[in-house]
Design a protein around this ligand. Structure first.
Ligand code: SF4
Length: 188
């Protein structure tokens, strides 16, 4: 079986004898993405926010589970103009990965393991705990008797994968709870 290493060995030998392998590489790439659909997205890893194109096979076919087969830099994107760093270049392995969690899990107080829970359970438990915490830490008036209506025992910090739209909703919902300690990483 030909491995990636033996391929590069053969490629090196061919280059040594003067063969131009550029067309071969280009053709291999074209074959890989010839029947895929393209989705423009943003690399989730850091706040540089490089543009990527995600190639998916089987997006519009019946009885087929769509599969991401290739991710590459978006040449039209003003930030990276088609380039990606090693982390961004490995995005396909992040998307298609058997170790990826696909449902919420919880580790109960005193427990030594994580258990799967439904999204409904996760939402209602989070909502109940946020309400309880806010009620316990809500400050209506400061030491001088002035109305402040703030929540001092909850903080929110955003991640680098958060978009402007997501951050907008975070600010709206956190401010409506009275949360003062609110930080987000700059993002597209
Ligand atoms: S490709 Fe690299 S530099 Fe660009 S956003 Fe992703 S992690 Fe950051």
């Amino acid at each position: 079986m030909e491995t990636r290493r033996t391929f590069f060995k053969a490629a090196g030998a061919a280059a040594l004898f003067g063969f131009d392998l550029a067309p071969l590489h280009a053709q291999a790439r074209e074959l890989k993405i010839s029947r895929t659909t393209e989705t423009r997205s943003t690399c989730p890893y850091c706040s540089v926010s490089c543009g990527v194109i995600i190639h998916t096979l089987g997006d519009h076919a019946k009885n087929v589970t769509p599969q991401v087969v290739h991710v590459e830099g978006d040449a039209d994107h003003p930030i990276n103009r088609g380039t990606l760093c090693p982390k961004g270049s490995s995005l396909q392995q992040d998307i298609v990965n058997p170790r990826r969690l696909l449902k919420p899990q919880v580790r109960r107080p005193g427990s030594d393991h994580w258990e799967d829970i439904s999204w409904d359970t996760a939402y209602s438990e989070i909502a109940r705990l946020v309400k309880k915490t806010r009620d316990e830490g809500f400050v209506e008036k400061d030491a001088q008797g002035r109305t402040v209506n703030r929540c001092e025992n909850i903080a929110w910090t955003g991640g680098c994968t958060d978009t402007n739209e997501f951050n907008y909703l975070v600010v709206k919902s956190m401010r409506s709870l009275g949360v003062c300690y609110l930080e987000n990483q700059a993002r597209v």
